[in-house]
Design a protein around this ligand. Structure first.
Ligand code: GLC
Ligand code: GLC
Length: 811
């Protein structure tokens, strides 16, 4: 069942009922100022950091889903309604929400009044703009009232939820004309405040939530709206809000438009006050002055659209498969950008008060956006590398505001260092910019011990060389990619962190997954060493890679698939010998991607085992059989009920690894089959089962053992976005950036047909036509570049050209 449809021309998903299975959200904002907005106008806003600079409140775990947002109430006689349906839930005569790229639109109609909202964050300014257009669709005059509503958060979202003894006494506001200023804590250590304004003379305002709602009412029945009159209260403590009242008369057919602006303003320390107790509003007035008219609004909206159209034009496919076209051209790239902006901080599943930026997550996200924003990717790599320790290990997370490593979680996730190589290699393959390798980059933010980035990569690689276990496989530490495989933790008491409890330096527990990574990214590091002219390092690295390959072949192979790990007792994990958890997805994907087993047929065997043991109609499960009891020696993975999360859920992130692995052995049909199973557009018509947004990937879909098999959770902020984009664009469609130039080597289903890709790469636009007359799954017979045939798969890079036309024929 669907709850809407894709409008590809407008790059929008159109939601036609407010009652989606879960809130279906969108993100507004491109750089510092962000909002989450659901299809019923729920959500919240923050500046830079969702925890420390939260502007408006959202309620977690509430009894009605998705409470609090930026609401507009309309009072029309005795009827009170919202264009986005929540919070009054008054049935609407018609409702539509269009989530677009960086904006959302809502249209609600009730009793001949149409309210149309357009909301977005303009490029370059810390402000959310909402245009509200009210139209009288009937034949009689309408006298209605429009009320805006936001509830302020007292900045630190964590403290705001907990510290009532203080917080209920500190709320402060000012009101001048049509602008409400939220200035809690500005009197002391903050030099920022928030504003909510409208470009028209108002007929009243409210800043006290109790006055607006009545202390015992919910947001669905605000007293003041029912009464039709705001009381112009200046809040003092308790719960400050901002609400404007506009009395609007509309002749039949008439429309009136208002522009609302919710902004963030920062003043210099010595320029905070206009006079004692009165905030300096100069910068606020300058900001608001930019968006006073509908024309200002429309112009900023055009700029936003131009910005996104430019970004999304960097990779564009035309094929006969509409799902692939829309995911690749619009939604998958968009989601990659959102993961760049948000990391794992703020979604409807990540509260914005918990996790910092993950070392491994950020490096992987980069794989999905490096072609869109290479400069910012470069900056991100330096930020990440700056939190590395001198021995090559890394803080598992860092804080976006300070860019410092997070010592609560510390280090010891032994896959982390290798992801830095993955990210840096992707950046250089994309841009050709080797100057990044010569940048001086600190360790643990200490510039006095800085070395080149290349040296950081060496230490990343050597960390694994120097931390091997009894089978010459890499030690796992606290966990590897699978955060829940905690082989050195042995946690027995609730409340302990599964990952941080126990020693990280278990001398025995090993990971075959890290071994696969080491082979794959070790080779990429060797290629960088060669590129930089260091052939001795290249040779050393390749020798280590050979040793690791041999170790995988010897002790990492279980007969029909790759072993997952060895635990602290040196018992196999993910082997036929185990009673539960006999086969895991991760080493099958990673080892084959690294090329292990391709020659001797083990890769094919492993992938066949994946199909036989882990496949479901909703995607490939992470392991089987699910763990039914808690295994102290395995950790958090066995804490989840069977079928959920890392315990036999369909962890979407590593489905593309299997798909990529299938392309490595040339099986385009199967690679695409795996791609389709979790592809949002392909499963739009089971939205009642899948439940999360049909335009973005989720982290997890419940596996076959779960009660709600097929139900997704944790949408938006997941490495799935980057990896699925890498899979479809670089492996299935086969446009892969190498150090020498773009390589063209598709691996598609036999029936996929011809397709064209436009790819902007190192400033050159490539128009690539791929023809598959004989319906093969892999193999390029001829490659013609600007009319000349070239040998091999790589288009030689020529920066002097603006456009290059390529024809590839598959054989
Ligand atoms: C979460 C984490 C990611 C980890 C994965 C598997 O998605 O963000 O770092 O690899 O879970 O445990
Ligand atoms: C939990 C989750 C895992 C996530 C981790 C982040 O372990 O199961 O998916 O990566 O938390 O800390």
């Amino acid at each position: 069942m669907k709850y809407g449809f894709f409008d590809d021309n407008n790059k929008e998903y159109v939601i036609t009922t407010p009652k989606t299975p879960l809130p279906w959200i969108n993100y507004l904002g491109c750089t510092d100022f962000f909002s989450l907005i659901s299809n019923t106008c729920g959500g919240y806003t923050f500046y830079k950091d969702a925890k420390l600079l939260r502007m408006t409140r959202y309620r977690y775990n509430d009894t009605t889903l998705d409470t609090n947002g930026k609401y507009f109430y309309i009072k029309d006689g005795d009827t009170i309604w919202n264009p986005g349906w929540q919070p009054t839930k008054t049935p609407l005569d018609s409702y539509e929400c269009r989530h677009g790229i960086g904006y959302s639109k809502f249209t609600g109609v009730k009793n001949d009044v149409e309210a149309a909202l357009v909301t977005f964050v303009p490029i370059g300014d810390p402000v959310e703009l909402t245009k509200v257009t009210l139209t009288n669709k009937g034949t009689a005059k309408k006298d209605i009232q429009l009320f805006s509503y936001v509830e302020w958060c007292l900045w630190n979202a964590d403290d705001d939820m907990k510290n009532y003894q203080r917080n209920l006494s500190i709320g402060e506001v000012e009101v001048v004309d049509s602008t409400i200023y939220h200035k809690t804590e500005y009197r002391e250590r903050r030099n920022h405040y928030a504003v909510y304004s409208v470009n028209a003379k108002i007929d009243g305002f409210e800043t006290s939530r109790d006055e607006f709602r009545g202390a015992y009412n919910g947001p669905d029945k605000p007293d003041a709206v029912i009464e039709g009159k705001l009381h112009n209260t200046i809040a003092s403590g308790w719960y400050p809000i901002a609400s404007h009242q506009l009395n609007v008369s509309l002749a039949p057919g008439e429309s009136k438009t208002f522009v609302f602006a919710l902004g963030y303003v920062e003043n210099a320390e010595d320029d905070k006050w206009e006079k004692p107790g009165i905030i300096n509003k100069k910068k606020a007035n300058e900001l608001l002055a930019k968006y006073q008219t509908e024309a200002d609004f429309d112009e900023a909206f055009e700029k936003l659209n131009a910005y996104w159209n430019d970004l999304l034009s960097k990779f564009h496919i035309e094929s006969k498969d509409e799902h692939v076209n829309r995911m690749v051209n619009i939604w998958n790239q968009y989601q990659c950008m959102v993961t760049f902006n948000m990391s794992r901080s703020a979604s409807y599943y990540e509260t914005g008060i918990g996790r910092g930026m993950g070392f491994r997550d950020s490096c992987q996200d980069l794989l999905g956006f490096v072609h869109l924003i290479p400069d910012r990717a470069r900056e991100r790599i330096i930020d990440i590398a700056s939190t590395q320790f001198q021995d090559g290990s890394a803080y598992h997370q860092y804080q976006p505001l300070t860019k410092k490593g997070n010592s609560d979680i510390g280090s010891g996730f032994n896959d982390d260092p290798l992801w830095l190589i993955a990210g840096t290699s992707a950046y250089i393959r994309e841009t050709g910019d080797t100057s990044i390798l010569k940048e001086m980059v600190p360790y643990d933010n200490d510039m006095s011990v800085a070395t080149t980035l290349m040296e950081h990569l060496k230490r990343s690689f050597d960390y694994i060389v120097n931390h091997k276990g009894p089978h010459d496989l890499p030690l796992i530490g606290r966990a590897d990619w699978n955060d829940c495989l905690n082989l050195n933790c042995f946690s027995e008491h609730p409340g302990e962190s599964f990952q941080c409890f126990g020693p990280s330096e278990g001398p025995v527990a090993e990971s075959v997954f890290i071994a696969g990574m080491f082979v794959k990214y070790g080779r990429e590091y060797a290629a960088l060493a060669k590129l930089m002219g260091d052939t001795a390092e290249e040779a050393r690295v390749l020798a280590e890679v050979e040793k690791m390959t041999a170790a995988i072949e010897k002790d990492g192979w279980d007969g029909d698939w790759f072993v997952r790990a060895y635990d602290a007792y040196s018992h196999k994990v993910g082997s036929k010998e185990c009673d539960e958890g006999q086969i895991y997805i991760e080493p099958q994907g990673m080892c084959v991607m690294a090329g292990v087993g391709i020659e001797d047929g083990n890769a094919k065997k492993a992938l066949d085992s994946v199909k036989e043991k882990l496949d479901t109609k909703y995607g490939v499960m992470i392991l089987q059989p699910a763990y039914t009891r808690y295994h102290l020696e395995l950790g958090e993975i066995t804490s989840y009920p069977p079928g959920y999360k890392e315990n036999a859920g369909i962890f979407c992130h590593n489905n593309p690894w299997i798909s990529i692995a299938e392309t490595c052995i040339g099986r385009g049909d199967r690679a695409f089959e795996v791609y389709k199973k979790t592809c949002p557009s392909y499963i739009e018509d089971i939205s009642e089962i899948h439940r999360t947004e049909p335009y973005v990937y989720s982290q997890m879909v419940a596996g076959a053992d779960a009660k709600f098999h097929g139900e997704a959770k944790n949408s938006w902020l997941t490495g799935t976005a980057a990896w699925t984009f890498t899979n479809i664009s670089q492996y299935i469609l086969g446009i892969y950036p190498t150090l020498e130039g773009l390589s063209v080597n598709p691996c598609t289903p036999a029936e996929f047909g011809d397709f064209n890709v436009t790819r902007v790469y190192r400033g050159v636009t490539y128009n690539i036509q791929i023809k598959n007359p004989n319906k093969v799954q892999k193999g390029v017979a001829s490659l013609t570049v600007d009319g000349k045939e070239v040998v091999g798969n790589i288009i030689p890079f020529d920066g002097s050209k603006k456009t290059v036309n390529v024809v590839a024929e598959m054989k």
